[in-house]
Design a protein. Structure first.
Length: 629
């Protein structure tokens, strides 16, 4: 085999092409997350040899600190993809407390597909056939190169084909801007600049330009995939990439626009400015891109990008830190997000994006069942911040979406909520969060087909977002399309088998189908995976539906204890009493949930769990009180 030929490996029914980042089983693509694919390459490349955990972590995550638990999760995903371990390990051998070894026989094939003349055989995982030493020697020279080339390489392994863009729109992705400071603590700034560019481009010409959302764009951090491959995976025509360097109060921004079909560099520019001018740089980059792809800007948008908007750099840093923690969407992250965004607003209350960020953080924080800020306080403060942001900049989509969320989730003011969601989408139709929240509004109204269309649009704009993928399943669940919901959950879990919310939704769907063995299996995965994020209602609902009444009542007592301690669990308690067949208690706790304005009640009209109550006049009265009838 000539040295310049890239290896293609065959083992069992699988064919692994490292250069093309492609795994196939009997000619059919097998989808893998990027790091899981990199792990497979590392294991196959060192087949027969024990790879210690530290060595694997360095190969697969060369520039990032990653805990061993992440490695174990990716090994678990890889085993599932390879159907390994169903009758004993066939491909991956685990050496407890040490590492992993690829033990299956492996052959090399040429790119044309013919079998190499000197294949490797690994009967026990250690024994090698004659001539294997030659191939090990040759491949050793490629090992470092392969890791460098394919270490962080996008998502081809898990997604087949091109994502269909929204009809009639040119699509663009902003790849994560590189942090050239050499200081990892400044990653929040380069990440924040990327997110701000995504937002700016989304406002340019919503009718004709779509922008891939942050969650999906960030999957390509440090990727070695080419522009053409990224464009195929995301279904975009243009790619924006660049870098950020900070030194004291100075920033240097480099940006370029690439046409995907022929990888032509249409435009490139460097900006060396004071930090206070960072928003102006973002506007100039957006305007240049608009000119290159011949977008027609409205006078309002053109004026928005033309005006100078200096910003306090310390306040902007606090804002970016707040957005970084808001994007985590967990309780601890939201607490930090509110703190940073309050700091940004305190330093500069006239900056609309700071107010909008604070509104987002407060609205989501106030929606938690164990919110660190009392729900009424969080929602009222979110409303005030959103209205302040809109007063400062009527043409910003984010505060309209945040205000719509408060009107929907807390006020139950349905006409006002829809008005704000539609305005947000009008201003920035690429804002996936607005489509995401609007989908829940539509489901609350019982407009199921519209809701599904809206959440699918959010998925198109943010195709790698786990929570949006999971919530497609949620909409299918509320529409009582249970088999489709199961398929959607499994699609999400292909990317992360330990994603608690997707596993819990699977548990709820099986409970509704009365498939109690699969229900229990799904919950066991939830218990094994949950570090945080496990719904406080636990398994009580499923136990009640399965007739395990004594166990369900025992679990219910724990929820009642937590409720007495100040948790907002009245809706979950009502669900459990409904599953137990105790209508009076169910309505008693629904009334408690109503008076606490718990957000889940917005889905009263469509929630499958509440079907046993719908014939009761008290249910119709509750719908009427919530303006849902």
């Amino acid at each position: 085999m000539a040295l310049e030929t890239k290896p293609v490996w065959q083992f069992g029914p699988y064919r692994l092409d490292a250069a093309e980042r492609l795994l196939q089983r009997d000619g059919t693509d097998v989808r893998l997350p990027p790091k899981t694919f990199d792990l497979l390459v590392a294991l196959v490349n060192s087949r027969g040899r024990l790879l210690e955990k530290d060595e694997l972590l360095k190969q697969v995550w060369p520039d990032t600190f990653v805990e061993e638990s992440s490695l174990a999760q990716h090994v678990s995903m890889l085993r599932k993809a390879l159907h390994d371990g169903e009758g004993g390990a066939t491909y991956i051998d685990t050496v407890p407390k040490r590492g992993y070894r690829f033990i299956a026989p492996v052959s090399e094939v040429t790119r044309a597909g013919s079998q190499d003349a000197t294949p490797e055989v690994s009967g026990s995982g250690i024994e090698k056939a004659r001539g294997a030493g030659l191939w090990i020697a040759l491949l050793a020279g490629f090992a470092v190169l392969l890791v460098a080339m394919f270490g962080i390489a996008g998502v081809r392994g898990w997604r087949r084909g091109r994502i269909a863009p929204p009809a009639g729109k040119v699509m663009v992705v902003v790849l994560p801007f590189q942090n050239l400071t050499g200081d990892a603590s400044q990653d929040f700034f380069s990440d924040g600049f990327t997110e701000e560019m995504i937002t700016q481009l989304g406002h340019l010409d919503p009718a004709h330009l779509g922008v891939i959302a942050r969650t999906s764009a960030m999957q390509y951090r440090d990727t070695k995939l080419g522009v053409d491959a990224i464009a195929r995976e995301l279904g975009v025509q243009y790619v924006v990439e660049g870098s950020v360097r900070r030194s004291g109060d100075r920033i240097r921004i480099s940006a370029q626009l690439i046409q995907a079909r022929d990888q032509t560099h249409l435009w490139a520019q460097n900006y060396d400015r004071e930090g206070r001018d960072v928003l102006d740089v973002q506007g100039q980059v957006a305007s240049a891109i608009a000119e290159q792809i011949q977008l027609k800007l409205t006078p309002e948008v053109a004026s928005r990008f033309a005006r100078s908007t200096p910003v306090d750099l310390e306040a902007y840093d606090a804002y970016l830190q707040g957005r970084y923690f808001w994007n985590r969407r967990d309780r601890q992250g939201l607490v930090k997000a509110v703190q940073y965004l309050e700091e940004a607003v305190a330093k500069d209350p006239t900056q609309p994006k700071f107010q909008a960020g604070l509104a987002d953080a407060l609205a989501i924080t106030g929606s938690l069942p164990d919110s660190p800020i009392p729900r009424p306080e969080a929602m009222e403060r979110a409303r005030a911040a959103a209205k302040k942001a809109i007063a400062l900049d009527e043409f910003s989509a984010e505060p309209h979406a945040s205000l719509g969320f408060v009107e929907m989730h807390y006020d139950w003011n349905w006409p006002a909520a829809e008005k704000e969601f539609r305005r947000a989408i009008e201003l920035n139709s690429s804002y996936a969060t607005a489509h995401h929240w609007y989908a829940y509004y539509l489901m609350a109204m019982g407009r199921q087909e519209q809701s599904l269309a809206e959440i699918r649009l959010a998925e198109q704009l943010d195709p790698l977002s786990l929570i949006i993928q999971r919530d497609v399943g949620d909409m299918l669940y509320f529409a009582r399309r249970y088999d489709e919901a199961i398929a959607q959950c499994n699609k999400t879990l292909e990317r992360d088998p330990h994603f608690v919310l997707a596993n819990y939704l699977l548990y709820m769907v099986y409970a509704q189908k009365k498939d109690f063995s699969r229900m229990d299996q799904a919950f066991s995965v939830v218990q094994d995976s949950a570090v945080e994020g496990l719904p406080l209602s636990g398994r009580a609902i499923g136990d009640a539906l399965a007739g395990r009444t004594a166990l369900a009542r025992k679990e219910l007592q724990e929820l009642l204890r937590l409720q007495a301690q100040g948790k907002n669990l009245a809706d979950a308690i009502a669900d459990i009493y409904t599953a137990l067949g105790d209508r009076d208690k169910a309505f008693q706790w629904l009334d408690v949930a109503y008076r606490a304005r718990i957000g889940s009640l917005i889905l009263l009209k469509t929630a499958p769990l509440l079907d046993p109550l719908r014939s009761d006049p008290r249910f119709a009265h509750l719908l009427q009180k919530m303006n849902l009838s």
